[in-house]
Design a binder for this molecule. Structure first.
Ligand SMILES: [Zn+2]
Length: 407
């Protein structure tokens, strides 16, 4: 063997194995960290996926569910410590079918029964302290968030009853605007109405987090200027990197630190990859053109399938790019994870389901993040936000009691 080849193989022998090992090391380090801090995800749509499959009896959550992004085995493999399960309420309930409030109640019921059915692994959590207690006991916390403010049906009494059931956040809108809050699909500047501001104040008084994912920029800004407690974006990414209306623009991000809130990064490919977003936009345009030209639905479906195969893919590293970007703009104390698993149909390569969270943490460690910063993004930030909201609620109630006593 020639001299340079010997030298070269020596270099390869030294570098290749150590590189392969280091990737494993980051994952091992991530798993070690997640034994000491509960990883809490801001948004998972498994309750609606279970409903669509016919309810709790149709899905055994304790065995591997290859068609779902979430089950107990995957949650355990992903070292998940707490999950906000979405009590998602379709906007179509505003037109027909069960009332939005009934739909929300049924989903809250489903979440509680899901949690009760697997007591070895899951436990309900209604406060930050509950999450920490469950984590120490080796259980995954189940937290409830309602997705869609139409669930309260313009009634503060209904809002109070949802809070009494243990709901810890309400996403003010879904895809359609309400009379009191404007959705991201609305380009008009309208934000919160006077009643919308009342809803925000009442949520603050109750310790229910105001979730600004899905609302438009006007509502985001109004809510941030109205709230007395930290707000959250339970599943939104950074618009500076991906120009999607569901993501948060810099002008809003800059308001978050003073509010003390949190932006929890969504993994939806169209929200984290500009290439995917542009492609998805163009697909919609092409589908519209075909429909307008009278193409029948089978031909349309086939065309969409063919286009879909050619679609660009988002990657785990792009989700990490959003987390890195948010850290730079809002600061590391205001960033979290809000996967949207089982609410999205496509996933980034490397982040296919809830078992992959440690890979994302490993990527941050590989980028030079400290263990302390990783712990914040994984869980301690959202625990602080929950605790701050609980403190605001307690202080407000104490003040109300004092005022009553003076009367
Ligand atoms: Zn959503």
């Amino acid at each position: 063997m020639e001299g340079w080849k010997v030298a070269m193989s020596a270099v390869l022998l030294c570098t290749v194995p150590s590189f392969a090992l280091s990737a494993q090391d980051y994952r091992a380090q991530a798993l070690r960290i997640l034994k000491t801090v509960p990883l809490i995800d801001g948004h998972n749509d498994i309750p609606d996926a279970i409903r669509e499959r016919g309810g709790l009896d149709s899905v055994d959550f304790a065995v591997l569910q290859p068609k779902l992004m979430t089950d107990i085995l995957k949650l355990r493999a992903g070292a998940v410590g707490g999950q906000f399960w979405a009590a998602y309420v379709p906007v179509t309930t505003m037109d027909s079918g069960p009332h939005p409030a009934v739909y929300a109640l049924e989903q809250i019921d489903l979440i509680k029964r899901l949690c009760a059915r697997y007591p070895r692994d899951l436990a309900m959590a209604y406060s930050a302290a509950d999450v920490e207690r469950n984590f120490t006991a080796g259980k995954i916390s189940c937290l409830i968030g309602i997705e869609g403010g139409h669930a309260i049906e313009n009634s503060l009494g209904t809002l109070r009853m949802f809070a009494a059931l243990g709901v810890r956040y309400i996403t003010l809108t879904h895809w359609r605007s309400l009379s009191w809050a404007t959705a991201s699909t609305d380009t008009a500047r309208r934000g919160l109405s006077a009643f919308g501001r009342e809803v925000v104040h009442e949520m603050n008084r109750l310790g229910v987090l105001v979730d600004l994912s899905h609302v438009n920029d006007g509502t985001m800004s109004d809510a941030l200027h109205t709230a007395h407690a930290p707000v959250m974006f339970s599943h939104s990414s950074a618009r500076a990197l991906t120009h999607h209306a569901r993501d948060v623009p810099d002008s809003i991000l800059r308001l978050v630190p003073a509010n003390g809130g949190i932006v929890m990064v969504n993994f939806n490919p169209g929200f984290v990859s500009e290439g995917v977003r542009v492609y998805e936009d163009s697909l919609e345009g092409r589908a519209r053109a075909l429909r307008a030209s009278g193409t029948d639905s089978t031909a349309l479906r086939d065309s969409l399938k063919a286009w879909h195969v050619r679609a660009p893919k988002a990657r785990l590293q792009q989700v990490a790019d959003h987390i890195d970007y948010l850290r730079r703009v809002v600061g590391v104390d205001h960033v979290g994870l809000g996967s949207d698993f089982d609410g999205i149909t496509e996933v980034p390569v490397g982040l296919e389901d809830v078992s992959k969270f440690p890979d994302l943490i490993a990527e941050l460690l590989k980028r030079g993040w400290t263990e302390q910063d990783v712990r914040k993004v994984a869980g301690t930030n959202v625990l602080r936000v929950l605790r701050d909201a609980e403190r605001v609620a307690a202080a407000g109630n104490a003040k109300a009691r004092r005022t009553d006593a003076q009367r």
